[in-house]
Design a protein around this ligand. Structure first.
Ligand SMILES: Cc1cc2nc3c(=O)[nH]c(=O)nc-3n(C[C@H](O)[C@H](O)[C@H](O)COP(=O)(O)OP(=O)(O)OC[C@H]3O[C@@H](n4cnc5c(N)ncnc54)[C@H](O)[C@@H]3O)c2cc1C
Ligand code: SF4
Ligand code: SF4
Length: 311
């Protein structure tokens, strides 16, 4: 078995063998590009590589390999900690919107997974070629015998339409947990900012921050219109339980009946005083870029801004 065994080695490319077919980038669950993003030692530059091996096994010319990292410092891959392969059964599929579905997977072997709010796992979506896709866990760690993943269908995508063909009762391979996008111990006042499907890690992270009770907790969630809102009942229930929790929804194209906030998340940020806050952002790259700029303008130090990009 390839995954899980090679985690302290970097992906290397033999540029002579590469025919630039881009298959390695297509199968990569972390949206990396091993055939273009390499250093002068021909090793993948990005630290986001989870060493799953999908690019290596799928390369038609064997241009990619896991070589000893010649500049290896002795620090193990951060994704290695507690990461395991799990056999699981798809227990339940629910439509959250017209293009977002929630999948509940019950672990078979090992029977439980412990993870931190904000972490993600990968699902094997295809065997030939081997393809994995990464999804943030949207359930809380209390439910350790199963996980919920909310997955948006990207119509022209490779992996998400395949997951949409999964049927209740089928067995799947998951691997995880992975990721460093978790609540820092010294975070006190905190704002979580998401757009679209980027809300998934914040389902459990907001709850964790509220339970910790170390400062103010704010969630700013941007979507296009009312039909794209997910987990609204869940966040409203948290607001009932923790009345100081600030839950703000902002719609860019609301119906005329919408009475809440309107406009893009970064524009809204500029109106809020956030100087004492740590910020956690998740969603699309353009939203992350604009929000980071707005947060820095509002006085938040860049080292107190943590983010996960989905696409
Ligand atoms: C750490 C991490 C956590 C993630 N968590 C989630 C999650 O909880 N839920 C979830 O649905 N996705 C999540 N993603 C994204 C997910 O891994 C896939 O990238 C996504 O499902 C698209 O895969 P695909 O194979 O269908 O599309 P691909 O074949 O990889 O991409 C096809 C095209 O669609 C574009 N695209 C990709 N995703 C989107 C999108 N969401 N909206 C619009 N265009 C897009 C790409 O830029 C590309 O042009 C996460 C990604 C990472 C790295
Ligand atoms: S899959 Fe192999 S041949 Fe194709 S672009 Fe990637 S490294 Fe090059
Ligand atoms: S090993 Fe996996 S995560 Fe790393 S570049 Fe290859 S496909 Fe992407």
């Amino acid at each position: 078995m390839l995954i899980g065994l090679l985690q302290d080695k970097k992906v290397s490319i033999d540029t002579e063998k590469c025919m630039k077919c881009a298959l390695c980038a297509r199968v990569c669950p972390m949206q990396l590009s091993p055939y273009t993003d390499y250093d002068d030692k021909c090793q993948l530059k990005s630290d986001d590589c989870i060493r799953c091996g999908a690019c290596v096994v799928n390369c038609p010319t064997q241009a990619l390999s896991f070589e000893e990292n010649r500049s290896f410092t002795g620090e193990p891959c951060p994704h290695k900690k507690k990461r395991k392969e799990y056999k699981a059964v798809l227990e339940k599929v629910e439509d959250l919107t017209s293009d977002v579905r929630q999948f509940t997977f019950k672990f078979i072997e090992p029977p439980k997974m412990s993870f931190k709010p904000g972490q993600f796992l990968i699902i094997k979506v295809l065997d030939g070629p081997i393809v994995f896709r990464a999804y943030s866990i949207s359930s809380t760690p209390d439910e350790c015998s199963s996980v919920k993943l909310a997955i948006k269908k990207v119509s022209d995508g490779l992996g998400s339409p395949l997951v949409y063909e999964f049927k209740e009762g089928m067995e799947v391979i998951l691997e995880g947990p992975m990721g460093e996008f978790t609540l820092q111990d010294d975070t006190k006042d905190v704002i979580f900012v998401a757009n679209g499907i980027g809300i998934t890690p914040f389902v459990s992270m907001t709850k964790e921050a509220l339970k910790r009770n170390q400062g103010r907790v704010m969630l700013l969630f941007g979507v296009r219109n009312e039909k794209d809102i997910i987990y609204d009942d869940y966040f409203k229930a948290l607001k009932e339980e923790y009345p100081d929790f600030e839950y703000i929804l902002s719609l860019t194209k609301p119906s005329e009946n919408w009475k809440g906030e309107k406009g893009r998340v970064p524009v809204l940020i500029e109106k809020i005083n956030l100087q004492s806050y740590d910020a956690y952002l998740c969603g699309s790259k353009p939203m992350l870029k604009d929000t980071k700029e707005a947060l820095i303008k509002s006085g938040i130090k860049s080292e107190r801004i943590f983010f996960e990009s989905f696409f």
